[in-house]
Design a binder for this molecule. Structure first.
Ligand code: 5AD
Ligand code: FES
Length: 360
């Protein structure tokens, strides 16, 4: 049933959400699904206001290093899942990873995100060695890991080795929807177990979901927003689902930039101090997606620091942007985009507002 609310009513909902930092389910759904351009602009403007209240014009940069595209998982939507035999697999050596962090450090990065498929080659000993080496060379940097589901002990070893933060998207907060997107051997409960373990150990945490993933209903997104409110992660990574040609979802429609941007604003207003990236996937579905994200409450960008010769092998989805650019070029391009959006990149670790703090 289409929502019959007027522009004024929608704006009143935005005001209520801004003032109270919360809104009832009907109100959230009305704003999420609104196609009223004035109300949507108003939502983005309020989210921007709240973001600027806490973070001013600062945009944090996180250097992303995609160090392996081997994956033991088989998420149905993902281009690097185990059963995709059509891609060339790669792994970066510890030396290659260190050379990425060295050049990233020169470029001003103070946070590195090590992201990879769930690759058993990178067992605890290897990961501990990588984390320690980076920390030894760059003790002033934060290390974020994004390497999927592991045991409590493994997470704890990595934390003790010096990892500060962990990104693990919950993907969808609806169990049945989660099961429809993943093979039977993966479980929603284990995903949540991982997030809870990471929190208990002391990591700063990022969760998040894809927007417009196959079978997703507005009610699922509402559950995602409520989950985020309840879980209070330091960071929330969201991006549109983008089909990959070697998956069962090849012919599905991608998630839209518009809905993603509205969700960024809703997340900002529901969780005022959260770190919120304008993601590569958002830049993929819309040439100005990241700028729109920044204008709607996002305050983080994650330039790619992976070596150029492996960039085009870490393809979770089709048409991914930035796969041909040198790290320095990616940074220049993003800085320009950020400043055109009226913001400025800062190189601090950017965790002074977060609830938990550094791991040093
Ligand atoms: N489209 C958009 N995002 C995707 N991811 C994986 N596959 C896709 C896709 N086809 C996201 C997942 C994962 C993150 C690393 O990338 O949310 O957590
Ligand atoms: Fe799960 Fe890639 S196989 S996100």
């Amino acid at each position: 049933m289409p929502d019959e609310r007027t522009t004024a009513e929608l704006k009143a909902l935005v005001d209520q959400l801004t003032e109270r930092g919360n809104l009832d389910d009907d109100g959230i759904l009305a704003l999420m699904l609104s196609e009223d351009p004035d109300a949507n602009d108003y939502l983005a403007a309020k989210a921007r206001e709240v973001r600027e209240k806490y973070y001013g014009k600062d945009v944090y940069i996180r250097g992303l290093i995609e160090f392996t595209n081997y994956c033991r998982n088989n998420c149905y939507y993902c281009g690097i899942r185990r059963d995709n035999k059509n891609i060339e697999r790669y792994r970066l050596s510890e030396e290659q990873i260190l050379s990425c962090t060295d050049s990233g450090y020169e470029l001003g990065f103070r946070t590195f995100v090590l992201q990879g498929g769930e690759d058993p080659y990178y067992n605890d000993d290897r990961m501990v060695s990588i984390v320690k080496s980076i920390k030894e060379k760059h003790p002033d940097c934060a290390i974020t890991l994004s390497i999927g589901e592991r045991s409590f002990d493994s997470y704890e070893r990595l934390y003790k080795a010096g990892a500060d933060r962990y990104l693990l998207r919950h993907e969808t907060a609806d169990k049945a929807h989660y099961e429809s997107l993943h093979p039977e051997e993966m479980s929603y409960d284990n995903r949540i177990r991982c997030l809870l373990d990471l929190r208990r150990i002391g990591y700063q945490i990022g969760c998040g979901m894809m927007v417009g993933s196959p079978g997703q209903k507005p009610e699922h997104l509402l559950k995602d927003l409520r989950f985020i409110q309840m879980f209070t992660p330091e960071m929330v990574g969201i991006g549109p689902f983008v089909p990959h040609h070697d998956t069962r979802y090849a012919d599905c429609e991608p998630g839209t930039a518009e809905l993603t941007v509205r969700l960024l604003s809703l997340i900002r207003l529901l969780n005022p101090m959260v770190l919120l990236p304008a993601t590569t996937a958002l830049g993929t579905v819309d040439a100005f997606g990241r700028e729109k994200g920044l204008a709607a409450g996002a305050n983080v960008v994650m330039p790619n620091l992976s070596p150029t010769d492996v960039r085009d092998k870490y393809l979770l989805y089709d048409n991914k942007i930035c796969t041909g650019d040198e790290a320095a070029e990616c940074v220049r391009c993003l800085s320009l985009r950020v400043s055109k959006a009226g913001y400025q990149i800062v190189t601090s670790r950017g965790d002074h507002f977060t609830r938990q703090n550094t791991n040093q």
